[in-house]
Design a protein around this ligand. Structure first.
Ligand SMILES: [Mg+2]
Length: 107
């Protein structure tokens, strides 16, 4: 089995090749299917029927198709994605700090 690092090295090229080979529509449908499969496994986790191996399998599928979705964005879409990612990431960090400060004051 390849190491995670060597997989990362050609991961982006494979994502691009998948879109070119199978087409945007097929890969968008694939993304819908994989997201739905992960959703089901996560809901099973919440209702007590969770299977960590199934969740991990679907996470791998979703990670692969998610990367393809990024490649399908236009230049403008990709820029918006990047801006939204940074905005939401910074917002989460601020929220975490706020909650952690509040908890520290209580103890
Ligand atoms: Mg799957």
């Amino acid at each position: 089995m390849e190491s995670l690092k060597s997989i990362e090295d050609d991961f982006l090229m494979v994502a691009q090749a998948a879109i070119e080979t199978f087409g945007r529509k097929t890969q968008t449908q694939k993304a819908c299917e994989e997201l739905a499969e992960l959703l089901v496994e996560l809901q099973h986790e919440l209702d007590g029927r969770g299977d960590e191996k199934k969740i991990a399998e679907e996470m791998a599928d979703v990670y692969i198709v998610f990367t393809q979705l990024i490649f399908m964005l236009s230049e403008e879409g990709a820029e918006h994605y990047e801006n939204m990612f940074i905005f939401k990431y910074e917002r989460l960090k601020k929220r975490l700090k706020k909650v952690q400060r509040r908890r520290n004051m209580q103890h």
